[in-house]
Design a binder for this molecule. Structure first.
Ligand SMILES: [Zn+2]
Length: 288
C-alpha cells in the first residue's frame, strides 16, 4: 500500500463568491483494499472504485452520527452494490454481478442499466432514517447523482468522478462535488464557469495524487474565494465481528442452528469484507 499522506481523504471546501460548497475525495488505499477483498472483473472494479469515492462525498455533506449507506440495484450485470461510510470515515463496500453478462469495455450505463440508487442514513434508534432514492436511466454516475439532488433536494449540484488502475494494481479514485448552499441562488454564469473549469480537468491531473489537494483546488476554483477546511481521513474498515455474529446466532433456535451446520461446522462469510467466521458445534452450543 502507498501510505501516501495525500490520499484517502475527504476535503471540505467553500467557494463563498459562488455561493457553493464543495467536497473533494481522494481514495487509493481505501478503494484498493475494498476492491481486492473480492475477485471482480475490471469493469466492475472501476465502477465500484467510483461509487466508493462518490459515496464518501455524499456522506461528507450530510451531518449525521451513524452509518450512511449508498446502494444501487439494477437489472444490469451489476445487480447490486452497497457502500457504507460511517461518521468516523470508516468505509466498506461490495458488488454483486452476473459474470457471464460482462464485457471488458462495459461502462456505468451498460453495467447498471435500469434500476435505482438509494441513500440511507442510519443514526440508531434516536432519529428517523433519512432516505433518498433516484431512478437510474442516466449514462454516467455524475448525471444520476446530479439528477437526484435536483429532483429530491432542489439543490443544484455538479460532480466530477474518475478512477484509474495503476501499473502496480492499485485503484485510484476521486470525486469532486459542488453544491449550492441551501436558500442561496447560484447564477447561471457560475455554473457555466464551473462546467468550463471541469472541461480543463483531465483524468491525469485529477488522479495525480502526488500533487497536494490544495494546489489542485486552487488551480480550479481560486476565483470562487476558495476556503479549504481540515481534511477528514478515510479508512477501509468493516464493521463485522465475531461478537456481532454470535449475538445474531443467539437469536436462532437450536434447531435453526442445527440446520445451518455442515459437517459439524457453521461457516458465515461477511458479504462486505469476505472474511469467513467458522464455528464448531461445541462453540455454538455455548452461545445458547
Ligand atoms: Zn466484514
Amino acid at each position: 500500500m502507498s501510505d501516501n499522506p495525500l490520499t484517502d481523504l475527504s476535503i471540505p471546501f467553500l467557494l463563498p463568491s459562488f455561493s457553493l460548497k464543495g467536497r473533494l475525495v481522494r481514495l487509493e488505499d481505501v478503494s484498493t483494499s475494498i476492491i481486492k477483498q473480492h475477485e471482480y472483473p475490471p469493469p466492475i472494479e472501476k465502477v465500484l472504485a467510483e461509487l466508493l469515492a462518490a459515496s464518501a462525498t455524499l456522506a461528507g455533506i450530510l451531518k449525521f452520527e451513524g452509518v450512511f449507506t449508498f446502494q444501487t440495484k439494477s437489472k444490469g450485470p451489476l445487480s447490486l452494490s452497497v457502500i457504507d461510510v460511517t461518521h468516523e470515515g470508516h468505509m466498506r463496500g461490495y458488488a454483486q454481478f452476473n459474470p457471464s453478462k460482462i464485457n471488458p469495455d462495459d461502462d456505468f450505463s451498460k453495467l447498471l442499466g435500469r434500476g435505482y440508487l438509494a441513500f440511507t442514513v442510519d443514526q440508531g434508534l434516536k432519529i428517523d432514517r433519512y432516505q433518498g432514492i433516484v431512478t437510474l436511466n442516466h449514462t454516467t454516475l455524475p448525471e444520476a447523482l446530479e439528477h437526484y439532488f435536483e429532483q429530491s433536494e432542489q439543490l443544484e449540484t455538479r460532480f466530477f468522478i474518475d478512477s484509474q488502475k495503476t501499473s502496480e494494481g492499485h485503484w485510484k479514485s476521486s470525486a469532486l462535488l459542488l453544491q449550492q448552499m441551501p436558500s442561496q441562488k447560484v447564477e447561471e454564469e457560475t455554473w457555466d464557469y464551473i462546467e468550463a473549469v471541469f472541461k480543463t480537468l483531465t483524468p491525469t491531473e485529477f488522479l495525480y495524487f502526488s500533487i497536494p489537494y490544495e494546489i489542485l483546488l486552487r488551480r480550479l476554483f481560486h476565483e470562487g474565494g476558495l476556503m479549504i477546511y481540515d481534511p477528514i481521513p478515510l479508512k477501509a474498515k468493516c464493521r463485522c465481528s465475531i461478537e456481532r455474529i454470535k449475538s445474531f446466532l443467539a437469536t436462532l433456535s437450536e434447531d435453526e442452528v442445527e440446520s445451518l451446520l455442515e459437517n459439524g461446522q457453521l461457516k458465515m462469510t461477511c458479504e462486505f469484507c469476505n472474511h469467513t467466521y467458522t464455528f464448531e458445534r461445541k462453540d455454538l452450543m455455548q452461545v445458547h
